[in-house]
Write a protein that binds this ligand. Sequence first.
Ligand SMILES: [Zn+2]
Length: 151
Amino acid sequence: MNDEEKRQKKRESDKKYYQKNKDKCNEKSKKWCEENKEKQQEYQKQYYQENKEKKEKYRQENKEKKKEYDKKWYEENKEKNLEKHKKWYEENKEIAKKHSIKSYEKNKVVISAKGKNDIITCECGRTLRRDGLERHLKTTIHDKLISNKQI
Ligand SMILES: [Zn+2]
């Protein structure tokens, strides 16, 4: 008997059971039917509740299992992953290096270009453009101002 046949048989027996009980219910008093209905509802509620708890428990257990499994996998593959990462780094070192040099050079240009037009204040008190600082430090004005400041 395959699954489909099993299901079919189950459906038939359920139907039969239902018919049988329906007749029974009709035979008996209305009160009995009502009581039975309530019982049935109670039973279904209980069944639902139990099922819910079971599901939750199963979910919780599975979560723990998954966590454990992940941890185990990580432990088992730690060396492998490290090795993989190392290999990747070795293979990509040159590219990474080139990339960082490129970005450094790009940034250097940006920094110096930005700094060139900056107006800065020298320690002597003079304000000047940053690209003129080097020249300014060698001037007598700067020396004079510095020595005046120190007095
Ligand atoms: Zn100065």
